[in-house]
Design a protein around this ligand. Structure first.
Ligand SMILES: Cc1cc2nc3c(=O)[nH]c(=O)nc-3n(C[C@H](O)[C@H](O)[C@H](O)COP(=O)(O)OP(=O)(O)OC[C@H]3O[C@@H](n4cnc5c(N)ncnc54)[C@H](O)[C@@H]3O)c2cc1C
Ligand code: SF4
Length: 326
C-alpha cells in the first residue's frame, strides 16, 4: 500500500473541489469500511483521501409527517436499523439495514457509503485485471459465477452488494447529490447504472459529486413493507438473493405494490410491469404462484447460477404471503 495524503475538508464545497480538481487521484472517505479494504488490497490507489466524516449536518435522520424521511449521507447503518419511526413506517429499510454485515460494520458504515460501495465479485476483489478494472475480459462470465447476476449483465456480471439500495428502490427514494456548487435530486432507479451504460462504475456520480441525502416520500396510509435476504452463512454475509416489497392490501388483494430484488442484477432490480401486475393480485396460493412464474422473463443465468431464478421466485412468493399475514 502506498502512502496517501489525508485531508479533512470543513465544507462540502471544499471536499468536492479537492475531489474534482486535484492533480492526483482522490477518493472520498466516509466510514471507510469498504474504501480502506479496497486500498489495502491495492484495487484502487488514491493519492488523496478526502475525509467527509467531519462535515456538519449530514448525520441527521429527519421525519416530517405528510412529507417523508430524510437521511443524511453520513447516517450510520445501525442508526437506520434502530430508528423507531423507520421501523414503524419504513419497515423494509430497517429490515434491510439490520441484516447488513456485523454490528461493528453497521456502526461504522454510512448510508452514503453503503449505496456507493464497490462490487464484491471475487475476481474484482483479487488480482484480476477484468473489464471493470480496465482490462479486456470478464473472468466471471466463463468462470466461477455462482454469485453473479442473472439479469441485466454484460459485459460485466456483478450484482449490486447494497441491501439498503434494494429497500430504497422499493420505497421510490430519491438521492440528493452535491454537484458543481449546487444540489440535484434524482430517483434512486436513475442513480445506479448497468454495465452496458458504463462498466467502470456502478452509479452516475462524476468526479467531485457527493451524495448528501436520501429522501423517502411519506408512504400511503396502511402500507406494509418487508425485506427478506437469503444468505449462505445466515450472518455477516451479502445477499445471495434478496427481495424488498412495499404493499397496500384490501379485501384479500394487493391494491398497490412495489417489488425490488438484490443479488440478481448489477443494480437493485425492479420491473415496472411487475409492479403494475401486482395491483389487484389476490393473495391466494394459485394467484401468487402464477405471478411468481412471470418474474424475470428476460433473465439469462450463467453456467453456475440458474438456482438464483428459483430462489428469487420463491422469496417473492414468501414476501407477498408474509406481508399479507402480518
Ligand atoms: C465483511 C463485510 C460484510 C459486509 N456485508 C454487507 C452486507 O451484508 N450488506 C451490505 O449492504 N453491505 C455489506 N457490507 C458493506 C458495508 O455495508 C459497506 O462497507 C458500508 O456500508 C460502506 O459505508 P462506509 O461509510 O464505510 O463507506 P466507505 O468505505 O467510506 O466508502 C465506500 C465507497 O463509497 C464512496 N462514498 C462514501 N460515501 C459517499 C458519499 N456520501 N458520496 C459519494 N460517494 C461516497 C467512497 O468513496 C467509497 O468508494 C459489508 C462489508 C464488509 C467489510
Ligand atoms: S463480473 Fe465484472 S467485476 Fe467480475 S470479473 Fe467480470 S467484469 Fe470483473
Amino acid at each position: 500500500m502506498r502512502e496517501f495524503n489525508f485531508t479533512n475538508p470543513s465544507t462540502l464545497d471544499e471536499a468536492s473541489k479537492i475531489l474534482k480538481t486535484s492533480d492526483s487521484s482522490s477518493a472520498l472517505l466516509a466510514g471507510g469500511t469498504d474504501l480502506l479494504s479496497l486500498i489495502k488490497h491495492e484495487i484502487i490507489d488514491p493519492e488523496n483521501l478526502v475525509n467527509i466524516k467531519n462535515l456538519n449536518g449530514f448525520d441527521k435522520i429527519v421525519y416530517r409527517k405528510g412529507e417523508g424521511l430524510k437521511l443524511g449521507a453520513l447516517v450510520r447503518i445501525s442508526d437506520i436499523a434502530e430508528h423507531q419511526i423507520i421501523k414503524d413506517k419504513f419497515t423494509v429499510l430497517s429490515d434491510a439495514a439490520s441484516v447488513i454485515a456485523s454490528p461493528q460494520l453497521r456502526n461504522m458504515g454510512t448510508i452514503g457509503g453503503n449505496l456507493c460501495q464497490r462490487p464484491r465479485c471475487w475476481y474484482y476483489r483479487e488480482e484480476f485485471d477484468c473489464i471493470r478494472k480496465g482490462g479486456d475480459i470478464c473472468y466471471a462470465y466463463l468462470g466461477k459465477n455462482k454469485y453473479h447476476c442473472i439479469v441485466g449483465g454484460g459485459p460485466c456480471y456483478i450484482v449490486h452488494p447494497s441491501d439498503t439500495a434494494v429497500a430504497l428502490t422499493a420505497l421510490d427514494a430519491k438521492v440528493t447529490i452535491y454537484s458543481n456548487g449546487d444540489y440535484k435530486s434524482i430517483p434512486i432507479q436513475e442513480f445506479f447504472i448497468l454495465p452496458e451504460v458504463n462498466y467502470l462504475k456502478e452509479n452516475v456520480l462524476e468526479p467531485g459529486e457527493i451524495v448528501t441525502e436520501i429522501f423517502i416520500p411519506e408512504p400511503k396510509a396502511d402500507v406494509k413493507s418487508k425485506y427478506i435476504k437469503f444468505m449462505e452463512r445466515n450472518a455477516w454475509d451479502f445477499a445471495v438473493v434478496s427481495v424488498a416489497s412495499v404493499m397496500n392490501l384490501s379485501n384479500g388483494k394487493i391494491s398497490s405494490g412495489k417489488l425490488a430484488w438484490g443479488g440478481v442484477a448489477p443494480v437493485p432490480w425492479q420491473e415496472e410491469q411487475l409492479n403494475q401486475k401486482m395491483s389487484g393480485l389476490s393473495i391466494d396460493d394459485n394467484s401468487v404462484e402464477e405471478f411468481s412464474k412471470s418474474l424475470f422473463e428476460n433473465s439469462e443465468p450463467l453456467e453456475h447460477n440458474e438456482y438464483k431464478l428459483i430462489l428469487a421466485k420463491n422469496l417473492t412468493k414468501r414476501i407477498i404471503k408474509e406481508i399479507a399475514a402480518d
